[in-house]
Write a protein that binds this ligand. Structure first.
Ligand code: KG4
Ligand code: ZN
Length: 350
């Protein structure tokens, strides 16, 4: 069975084809980073308009790349939330119209479930159960995953997400958007021990995070240094970037290891945009080796938002028998705010 998936929750338009037996057939992506860059962040109205422009050309591209005809498609998946309302509506309405026109079932997918299952797109695939560290621009969560639709929240951020910490710190240092890759690149020339930045909640017993204090600490440093000596030197900027990255990675790694110990599980899966961070990857590989466990990542190009994870999550749901393929109602809504718990099996059964 072939599923086409549409992702349009934020600033990436993604379309993909996944076969429930053979896996990913093709995916195509357009990032709006260049468009939003000059505003220093995502402009929702511009994002929605650009999704409209991109979605059909990208659809043609994946069909061609996979050599699949419209008539070969058996189901249509789309990100129904969480995300920007207008942006979500583009993917949702295209997907639902497509499904209605061709008499196919439409499958709304939770964006975070897409991220959560995306490491299963890589080889070797982790077996269930595993602990997932979900680190994106909007979320930082540790989750126990026992199967498709069986997710238990172990801990989450109380304020900013890890990606937000990267983005906001990068912004106040005058780096580009999105801040994660920019800050991480600059950090390569810096000394991670140069500045002693806070590691919020590092030693708390729970599995929660807090990153907003880190951004304030960096801001205070920058202001203090500017007051003392004018502009920051190139080396000072690199050192500050490296110290910020080290603080974020330290906390993410420490809490992930705590989650492994608390659950007794041996497999850690990392998903979401911050999962592309090289230092985080290296640190987690080392830490999991010490625990005699393994860590799994999505393919690097599928860490940030994409259509493949949406089509794939839908295919996994179909394979797990969680989708009513006979449901041909095409009325729809999007959910800009949506708790992942709502798509869990226990929640569905209630
Ligand atoms: O998962 P994602 O594409 O979008 C959301 O669902 O939020 O994640 C985007 C986030 C941004 O905050 C971005 O700065 C961060 O992921 N990011 C990184 C890296 N690449 C992307 N953060 C640190 N290091 C990276 N290499
Ligand atoms: Zn995302």
């Amino acid at each position: 069975m072939i599923v086409i998936g549409f992702e349009s929750s934020c600033d990436e338009t993604g379309v993909a084809l996944v076969c429930t037996e053979r896996g990913l057939l093709a995916h195509s992506l357009h990032s709006q980073i260049a468009m939003h860059e000059e505003y220093g962040g995502v402009v929702p109205e511009l994002a929605s308009r650009d999704h409209i422009r991109r979605v059909l050309p990208l659809t043609r591209e994946v069909l061609q790349a996979a050599n699949v005809a419209l008539g070969d498609i058996n189901a249509v998946a789309y990100t129904a939330g969480p995300g920007l309302a207008g942006a979500l509506l583009v993917g949702a309405s295209v997907a639902q119209s497509f499904a209605w026109a061709r008499g196919l079932p439409a499958i709304p997918i939770h964006h975070l479930e897409g991220h959560l299952l995306s490491p299963l797109l890589a080889m070797p695939r982790p077996d269930f159960p595993f602990v997932a560290l979900l680190v994106s621009g909007g979320h930082t969560q540790l989750m126990r995953v026992d199967g498709v639709g069986v997710y238990e929240l172990l801990g989450e951020t109380l304020d900013d997400a890890a990606g937000e910490a990267f983005d906001k710190t990068a912004k106040l240092m005058g780096l580009g958007y999105p801040g994660g890759p920019a800050l991480s690149n600059l950090a390569q020339q810096g000394d991670p021990t140069a500045y002693d930045l806070p590691r919020p909640m590092l030693h708390t017993r729970d599995l929660d995070f807090s990153f907003s204090g880190l951004k304030t600490a960096v801001l205070t440093r920058v202001k203090g240094m500017e007051k003392a000596g004018g502009q920051l030197s190139a080396q000072q900027r690199a050192d500050l970037a490296a110290s910020t990255e080290a603080a974020i990675v330290d906390v993410l790694a420490a809490k992930s290891i705590k989650a492994m110990k608390q659950t007794g599980l041996k497999r850690l899966v990392v998903a979401g945009g911050v999962g592309a961070n090289r230092h985080l990857r290296e640190r987690l590989v080392q830490a999991m080796a010490k625990l005699d466990g393994e860590v799994f990542f999505p393919p690097l190009d599928l860490c940030t938002d994409n259509g493949a994870m949406i089509a794939f999550a839908a295919a996994m749901r179909v394979n797990a028998g969680l989708v009513d393929l006979s449901d041909m109602r095409h009325a729809f809504t999007v959910k800009p705010r949506w708790d992942l718990h709502d798509v869990c099996l226990e929640a569905t059964a209630l």
